[in-house]
Every structure is written in C-alpha cells, then in structure tokens.
Ligand binder design. Structure first.
Ligand code: FES
Length: 232
C-alpha cells in the first residue's frame, strides 16, 4: 500500500525551527514505522536522523510521537496507523536533530532515584532468596525499558520540567518494593521532594504511552502511599 509519511525535520545548522517533510512510500501493511524510516534514510534522504538499536522493543531508543501519541517506532505497524502517518520527536525534551531529542536530563532523573540494589548486609552463601509473592510485588515495574515515552507525554512534566517524572518513579518503585533492598527510606525521601511524586495529577497519559503496558499511575500512587504511611 502507498503510505503518506510526514516527518518533522530539523537541522540545527540550517533550520531556524522544525519543518515538516512528506515522503510517499510503497509499504507492506505489516511494516513497522521503523521500517518506513529506514526506507526514507536508505533510499530517499540519508540525512534523516533518528535513534534505534535493537529493532524489537527492548532497548527503548526509538520512542517517538507517532500519529499524535508516544510509541516505539519498532513496535507500531502501518496497518495499525493507516495510510497517513506523521512522526515527530518526543515532546517536552530539547530537540537535537530531526527525531533525536536530548535525553541527558531524563537520565539524570533516573540516576537521582538510585536505581540499584542497596544492601550492605553479608550476602548468604548462595543468593538472596525471595518468595514468589515478594517477587510479584514489583514485577510490573521491572518491565520498564527507559524509552521516555511516559515522562515526555506527561503534562505535569511539560509544565514543570524539574518534575522527576513517571519513568524515574517507576524505576524507584522497582527497588522500593524489592524485599532484598534496604534503600527504600532514602528513595522515599528523594521522592517526597516538591519535584517528586506529588507532581503527578493522575492524568494517565503515561499509562497510555507505555509500550510495555506498565500501570505507571498505580506505581506512582503506591510510592506516594508509602511516603504517607512512613510519615504517619
Ligand atoms: S529499537 Fe530498541 S526498542 Fe525500538
């Protein structure tokens, strides 16, 4: 089928502001948006710039604003979008070039919640064991691939870019509720800050945007409740 693909382009050395360019592509309905971008880059305009790595929904590097919603270009297919497809960079993050945004502040927020295991106790001879119920407690948030689709779709983040954002809270949740971790207090203190969990307005954009189907709003509310319970 013939697809009309509009791509937001921006070259900082040439353009004063982003502009749209249109490409006509003969594509299989089962082709993914990432395949269309490859066709443009390899056959029509080699200067088109975008990120991608795994090509299979694992690395999180090709999150983009596709037909009005944040999605992974490697997961969304032409037959799910129709003949007219528009692709723009993730909103709310500084634009670098074409579909590439600057993720430095995003990853700084990720690091700020200490996304690693805290446990200074002597490890047992074999491993730190967990029951199935203890592992299930944080299973949902282990699925995050740090694509940034949630944070960059969040109106609270657009309004206040210093807000730590849903992705960082999801990563904090993954450790706060891990029975092997001893750093929950420290993380809850960080997230009780004025740029922490209280900025969430339960708008659910993050849940709609997450390509892994994580119930992000629930995770944020669980972290908020843990902060309140700790204070009580
Ligand atoms: S390219 Fe890795 S998630 Fe899409």
């Amino acid at each position: 089928m013939q697809v009309q693909l509009r791509i937001q382009r921006y070259d900082p050395e040439r353009d004063e502001k982003p502009r749209w360019e249109e490409y006509r592509i003969e594509a299989d309905p089962m082709a993914r948006v990432l395949d269309l971008l490859h066709i443009v880059k390899w056959e029509q305009d080699a200067s088109l710039t975008f990120r991608r790595s795994c090509g299979h929904g694992i690395c999180g590097s090709d999150a983009m604003f596709i037909n009005g919603r944040n999605r992974l270009a490697c997961k969304i297919r032409v037959d799910q979008l129709g003949k007219k497809i528009s692709v723009a960079p993730l909103p709310g993050l500084p634009l670098v070039k074409d579909l590439v945004v600057d993720m430095d502040t995003f990853f700084a927020k990720y690091r700020s919640v200490q996304p690693f295991l805290h446990n200074d106790t002597q490890p047992p001879a074999r491993e730190r064991r967990q029951s199935m119920a203890q592992r299930a407690r944080f299973d949902d948030t282990t699925k995050c691939i740090l694509c940034g689709a949630c944070t960059s779709s969040c109106p609270s983040f657009w309004a206040r870019p210093s807000y730590v954002g849903p992705a960082a809270i999801v990563q904090a949740h993954r450790f706060i509720f891990d029975s092997r971790d001893n750093g929950a207090e420290e993380r809850l203190e960080i997230l009780a800050d004025s740029d922490g969990v209280w900025r969430c307005r339960t708008i659910f954009n993050c849940v709609d945007a997450c390509p892994r189907g994580i119930n992000i709003t629930r995770a944020i509310l669980e972290v908020s409740s843990a902060i309140v319970e700790r204070r009580v």
